[in-house]
Design a protein around this ligand. Structure first.
Ligand code: NAP
Length: 270
């Protein structure tokens, strides 16, 4: 039951009504026995900073931030974690007891935890990362931080150069010239294969790890092909659940009930 004592967290974005975050977090609060509730708030482009500051005024305990507000949220926070500062992007805001705002970026660590669940340690491995958007940037930083060698495949070299400048150590390559088979790990950080899209971003090789950030559908055309040729696979759901769990733990101070959160992420329609 929602009472005057119920604590509030929310996701801001535009569009945000399709988000799985309310289902994931509310399942987590219920499983942990917390009197908390999580809602989705549609915030118009350009008003993200205002919304982040309002979270403190209104006494929200935490915010998730999604497109197009991640950079504005970073600018609006009082302090950033090293991951958020390096990326100038915030997907999690913690409202501290004194009302100050700490911004974090949990996508990269969530990604690494999803690999660890599958028994994959990227340290010392060669990674071909497809795409240079927001998710690719967080993943590239996490992989380089873990000691992987990262090549980013881009269809616009200026986007690749921007990523390489933001994440030192990454090399950007024009998409048509990439050598897929040479990489030990291939990560799809483009929307190719999302929804009803039947396309494969690349042709996987048998001895590779193939990781897809896309989680709708759970088994993308790329993952299906990878399994068919004998490659090892990791889907995008684990990253989605782990980045949420990292936010949950920062807000509440209690361990995230991962199984309940994963089940909610799987059953909630997009
Ligand atoms: P984004 O910022 O829009 O970036 C998309 C990237 O993909 C851009 O570099 C874009 O290139 C490239 N791209 C798009 N279509 C392409 C094509 N046909 N060929 C080559 N490159 C193409 O999106 P994002 O936020 O990074 O998200 C990327 C994907 O990751 C989405 O499917 C999203 O659902 C998924 N994701 C999953 C999680 C998770 O927790 N599992 C978290 C975040 C994102 P241009 O710049 O040239 O357009």
């Amino acid at each position: 039951m929602i009472t005057g004592a119920t604590q509030l967290a929310a996701v801001i974005g535009a569009p945000v009504r399709h988000s799985r975050s309310p289902a994931i977090h509310n399942a987590g609060f219920a499983a942990a026995g917390l009197d908390w509730v999580y809602v989705a708030l549609e915030v118009a482009p350009g008003r993200g900073a205002e919304a982040v500051r309002a979270a403190s005024t209104l006494g929200l305990r935490g915010l998730s931030v999604t497109m197009p507000h991640k950079a504005d949220a970073a600018a609006a926070c009082d302090e950033l974690t090293p991951a958020a500062a390096a990326l100038e992007s915030v997907n999690t805001v913690v409202v501290r007891d004194d009302g100050s705002l700490l911004g974090d970026s949990t996508d990269g660590e969530g990604f690494l935890r999803s690999l660890a669940d599958a028994g994959l340690d990227p340290a010392g491995r060669t990674v071909l990362l497809l795409g240079a958007g927001g998710a690719a940037r967080a993943v590239a930083a996490a992989l380089v931080g873990r000691g992987a060698t990262v090549e980013v495949a881009v269809r616009r070299l200026e986007a690749g150069d921007a990523l390489a400048a933001a994440v030192p150590g990454v090399r950007a390559t024009d998409w048509p010239t990439i050598g897929v088979a040479a990489a030990e790990i291939v990560v799809n950080a483009t929307p190719i294969g999302m929804g009803d899209d039947p396309d494969l971003p690349v042709e996987p090789a048998p001895d590779q790890w193939v990781v897809d950030l896309v989680y709708h559908p759970l088994e993308t055309p790329l993952l299906r092909r990878a399994r068919a040729v004998g490659a090892s696979t990791v889907g995008g759901l684990g990253m989605l659940v782990h980045q949420a769990a990292l936010a949950f733990e920062q807000w509440t101070g209690v361990p995230a009930p991962l199984d309940a959160m994963r089940a909610a992420a799987t059953t909630e329609p997009d």
